[in-house]
Design a protein. Structure first.
Length: 452
């Protein structure tokens, strides 16, 4: 039986797309993953890749489309100069350091290209649709592809697509640490999150802690809330040693590693102080820090951390590497004594680096936040937030232990089982959202909000 759905190209306009849809029993669901907003930070990129891995692990035949903002990659002009670049790119790709095509008109283009490459490694048949961001065509693309559902993050698209919506909010940090946000940001986050939740047919989140916060801070009625179980995703290629990647950074001797952006709530200073504590017994141990060094909320923060490190006399024992390729980060993590996670707040258990560490069988020294204790499996050693002496004792303890011996077969089996479990949770959210949307649509309750 045909179903007619009208999707306006912009709110409160009569110009749009009329979708004549035939209901077909037994056809696989068509689901869009919207990468807008998620692409703006490394952890968001990892999250959407892991989402796809989980979805495909649970239902390999599912039909997924990646929806990205901006223009498609420009078609290169064939010139002698471009031919040389092709050769150079081939060499870099062979060495594991691909150079992604640039688009001068779209500053997001390199990040989009990186995400597309990573997603296609998971699903070579993945369909990609450009100009499908929250504000540049998502609704029209959803209608054209006859999507049953769209998974998106942080805020509501304009206009709302005529299909089920599964929303995602990473955390309620602004409610727990309001001193890190301006008064305007505090109000805006509540409003934006509230509109997304009110218009979504289901919400997914990375922890029970976020689900509890959503119930606590959001007026009812709420859609179905689905906390996706802890599911580190192990890329089998990570198990191959890449000594050239390691050698490129010139790090000698044993080292601990912190893989966080330099945001205030990540609390790098506690690790610096712990390093000073262990210096007398372990003078040859260094600390490697990866991650972007900018915090828009406090642009001078990284400079202050550098000054504190100097006062503590860490000198050459402290290495700041900045944002580095993901595969390089994994190689450094594999060969570290342990990952240190001193964070004061997270929405996902342990943060993204802990997922990677558990996936590859690495030890983790992390704060005892309730959300971190949702971690299922792995070698976890907890210390109190801000307790540099407690952390120093853990660091000395693991330095006295033998190096970690990996069981690659067991790690892959555990990763696959966890991904299937996470995928089943996501599919439960998707199917519940579709059922709710159809009921609301039949009763005329689907709302298509304006820009406000």
């Amino acid at each position: 039986m045909p179903c007619f759905i009208f999707t306006p190209l912009s709110p409160q306009r009569l110009l749009g797309v009329l979708d004549v849809r035939q209901d077909k029993l037994g056809d696989p669901l068509r689901v869009g993953l919207c990468a807008d907003v998620m692409m703006t930070w490394g952890g968001g990129m990892d999250l959407i890749v892991n989402q796809l891995c989980a979805i495909k692990a649970a239902e390999p035949a599912s039909r997924i489309c990646l929806l990205v903002p901006g223009k498609p990659p420009a078609k290169p002009k064939v010139t002698w100069k471009s031919f040389r670049y092709v050769i150079q790119d081939a060499v870099k790709a062979f060495l594991g350091r691909p150079r992604f095509k640039q688009n001068a008109d779209d500053p997001q283009a390199p990040r989009v290209a990186d995400l597309v490459r990573r997603m296609r490694e998971v699903d070579p048949k993945l369909e990609i649709r450009y100009a499908s961001g929250l504000d540049d065509g998502l609704a029209a693309t959803a209608a054209a592809l006859q999507l049953d559902a769209v998974c998106l993050a942080m805020r509501l698209p304009k206009p709302r697509p005529a299909c089920a919506l599964i929303g995602y909010i990473p955390d309620y940090q602004h409610r727990h640490m309001p001193h890190l946000f301006s008064a305007k940001e505090l109000v805006e986050r509540d409003e934006v999150f509230g509109r997304l939740i009110a218009s979504s047919d289901a919400m997914v989140m990375s922890s029970q802690a976020v689900a509890e916060d959503m119930r606590r801070f959001t007026p009812e009625p709420l859609p179905g809330l689905h906390a996706v179980p802890f599911a580190p995703n192990l890329n089998s290629e990570w198990l191959r040693d890449r000594p050239k990647r390691l050698a490129a950074y010139g790090i000698g001797g044993p080292y601990f590693i912190v893989c966080n952006q330099f945001w205030m709530h990540k609390d790098h200073l506690t690790v610096f102080r712990a390093m000073k504590e262990i210096a007398l017994r372990w003078p040859n141990v260094s600390l490697v820090c990866t991650g972007d060094t900018t915090d828009y909320r406090n642009p001078s923060y990284f400079g202050k951390l550098e000054a504190e490190a100097t006062k503590l006399g860490l000198g050459s024992r402290l290495r700041f590497l900045g944002h580095i390729p993901k595969r390089d980060q994994i190689e450094l993590l594999k060969h570290a004594v342990a990952l240190v996670q001193p964070t004061l707040f997270e929405g996902a258990p342990g943060g993204g680096a802990t997922y990677d560490a558990v996936a590859i069988g690495q030890r983790v020294l992390l704060t005892d936040l309730p959300v971190n204790q949702e971690i299922d499996g792995g070698d976890m050693r907890f210390f109190a937030c801000g307790d540099h002496r407690g952390l120093a004792k853990l660091m000395e303890s693991v330095l006295d232990e033998a190096p970690v011996q990996r069981n690659d077969v067991a790690l892959l089996a555990r990763s696959n089982a966890r991904l299937r479990r996470a995928g089943e949770s996501i599919w439960s959210a998707i199917r519940g959202a579709i059922d709710k949307y159809k009921k609301d649509e039949a009763s005329g309750q689907v709302s298509l909000p304006s820009d406000g």
